[in-house]
Design a protein around this ligand. Structure first.
Ligand SMILES: Nc1ncnc2c1ncn2[C@@H]1O[C@H](COP(=O)(O)OP(=O)(O)OP(=O)(O)O)[C@@H](O)[C@H]1O
Ligand SMILES: [Mg+2]
Length: 245
């Protein structure tokens, strides 16, 4: 179980203190599929990075299966079973796709077949990719998919994906939603997925809407999804017109 208690993240800018996350508390039960959504700049990525240890909160606590992660390093959190896929994944010049997958799987000698299984789940053909370097020669969508494959290879208890749909073509996106659905159906991991995509939101057990650094809405998909759609339609004249047609 993931428990976040009164999490705050404040930075000092030119105009004084800025609250990026304000008193965020939430609980995610084991094997749930939770989607975090909300407007740009709302604080979703910051929250995910705080869970992974990439930003250090100024107050509050993060517990994973009762273990206090708050002061732990990224490496120790990874060992404890937490993984995070960046909104914009980094590139690793000099490392091949096969190397990254092997590192993620945490054991030597990942076979070509095993690499292939992970890459297929994100819509990539192993033959074309396993010996490619993860450098600037790969497209944005390819890097994104390779990073998602490394998270699948890591097989953590808590998988956090930050806008997995970003830059991914429609066919691969369909493959990806199937993969998420399969992980969820097998109760293989707890999934925390940041997304704006209706088809991903639709897979969720629960939705958390983060806006202005706070939790604006939180609850079962059946309860929150209609509210999100209704708010969007009432708040935006273009969508109102589109809905009326
Ligand atoms: N170190 C920092 N200094 C100043 N502002 C920051 C810092 N880190 C984050 N922010 C600001 O905090 C807000 C939340 O950023 P965050 O990346 O978490 O948003 P997000 O919900 O993931 O948005 P998006 O949907 O665009 O990915 C943004 O306004 C961002 O500019
Ligand atoms: Mg973000």
């Amino acid at each position: 179980m993931l428990e976040i208690k009164n999490l705050c993240y404040q930075v000092t800018g030119d105009e004084g203190e800025l609250d990026i996350l304000q008193d965020i508390s939430l609980t995610v039960a084991d094997h749930k599929f939770v989607v975090i959504t909300g407007p740009n700049g709302g604080g979703k990525t910051t929250l995910a990075k705080a869970i992974m240890g990439l930003v250090q909160p100024t107050a509050g606590q993060i517990l994973w299966n009762g273990m206090d992660l708050t002061g732990m390093s990224v490496t120790d959190r990874a060992r404890a079973g937490v993984s995070y896929g960046f909104q914009q994944p980094p590139r690793f010049k000099g490392l091949r796709v096969r190397d990254l997958l092997t590192l993620a799987a945490g054991r030597d000698g990942l076979s070509k077949e095993e690499c292939c299984q992970y890459l297929t789940r994100v819509g990539l053909c192993a033959n074309d990719y396993i010996d490619r370097e993860v450098d600037a020669s790969l497209s944005g969508g390819e890097v994104k998919r390779i990073e998602i494959a490394t998270i699948l290879a890591r097989n953590s208890g808590l998988m956090i994906f930050d806008e997995p749909e970003a830059g991914i073509d429609l066919w691969s996106f369909a493959k990806l939603t199937e993969t998420f659905r399969a992980i969820h159906d097998q109760r293989g991991a707890t999934l925390l997925v940041i997304s704006h995509q209706e088809r991903i939101i639709d897979l969720a057990d629960e939705i958390i809407m983060v806006s202005g650094g706070r939790i604006a809405e939180q609850g079962p998909k059946e309860e929150i999804f209609p509210k999100i759609l209704a708010n969007t339609i009432s708040g935006c004249s273009y969508m109102k017109e589109a809905a009326a047609q």
